[in-house]
Design a protein around this ligand. Structure first.
Ligand code: NAD
Length: 243
């Protein structure tokens, strides 16, 4: 039987994309929650919650999910490192899929970035460039943050290696730095490029999203998958069987 789905952030761009994608997958949205609505009462009528709202709303959602032992799918981005650490501890108490990007193509990009980082090594300068629509509130995107994490993990570097934009007399680039550049404008749904540049050649891995439906369909697939899983934090690689 299809799970009863609650959307938190229902009036937003992603909330609307979820509502349009659900019927394509034979699903229905049972409860739509946005600012000012009673989340706990809504959750009591749902089997799973999907959250695409604001980073400041994640704690309240997780507390309600833990209290009612309901699985959640978290798509909201923009959490600080410390904030995320605390939220992960809470999220682990229920079945939770947490992904900075729900598209299948981007999840393959994560796997390709890991492979390229491992094969090419520190002789190839790694830089990440992302572009999103003018309304996006956080930077870099959750997807870019995950790409950076993967590169840092493979190169055994810490977040201190990151260079967010460059300006002024920066000096020559060092092999241990990883550059990050966030562009904003227009209605761009989400572009991500990971660049590996050496003397004489450059490899670029690019993903371009042109329709929010890809995130919505992935999140709905995650919602179906997470119902019935044991408590713990999962990602799209688990849902897609890419691990
Ligand atoms: P949006 O601004 O269009 O919509 C957000 C909605 O959440 C609004 O309707 C707002 O009123 C509502 N909201 C804010 N605070 C709330 C609260 N406390 N309780 C309930 N509702 C609340 O934003 P969007 O483009 O739909 O994106 C939402 C989030 O999802 C962002 O963090 C964005 O980066 C992220 N996102 C993630 C993915 C992914 O694949 N993980 C894809 C797209 C967007």
């Amino acid at each position: 039987m299809s799970p009863r789905i609650l959307i938190n952030g229902a009036k937003g761009r992603m909330g609307q994309a979820l509502a349009s994608a659900a019927p394509e997958l034979g699903l229905a949205i049972s409860v739509a929650v946005d600012v000012g609505d009673d989340l706990a009462a809504g959750l009591a009528k749902a089997d799973v919650a999907i959250d695409f709202s604001a980073h400041s709303a994640t704690r309240t959602l997780l507390e309600a999910a833990v209290a009612q032992k309901k699985p959640v799918v978290l798509g909201t981005t923009g959490h600080g490192a410390e904030e995320k650490k605390q939220l992960l501890a809470l999220a682990a108490k229920v079945p939770c899929v947490w992904a900075g990007n729900f598209s299948v193509g981007v999840n393959l990009l994560f796997a390709l970035t890991r492979r390229a980082s491992a094969v090419l090594g520190s002789d190839y300068d790694a830089e990440v460039v992302e572009m999103h629509h003018r309304f996006k509130k956080d930077a870099p995107s959750g997807t870019a943050a995950r790409l950076l994490e993967i590169i840092l993990e493979e190169r055994k570097l810490t977040a201190q290696a990151l260079r967010h934009g460059r300006e002024g007399i920066t000096g020559a680039r060092t092999p241990s730095e990883v550059g990050m550049h966030a562009l904003r404008g227009g209605d761009v749904v989400g572009d991500h490029t990971v660049m590996f540049a050496a003397l004489g050649e450059r490899l670029e891995l690019t993903h371009k999203a042109s329709d929010r439906g890809i995130f919505a369909r992935g999140a709905l697939r995650a919602a179906q998958w997470v119902v019935g899983q044991p408590p713990g934090v999962y990602d799209m690689q688990d849902v897609l069987g890419l691990k």
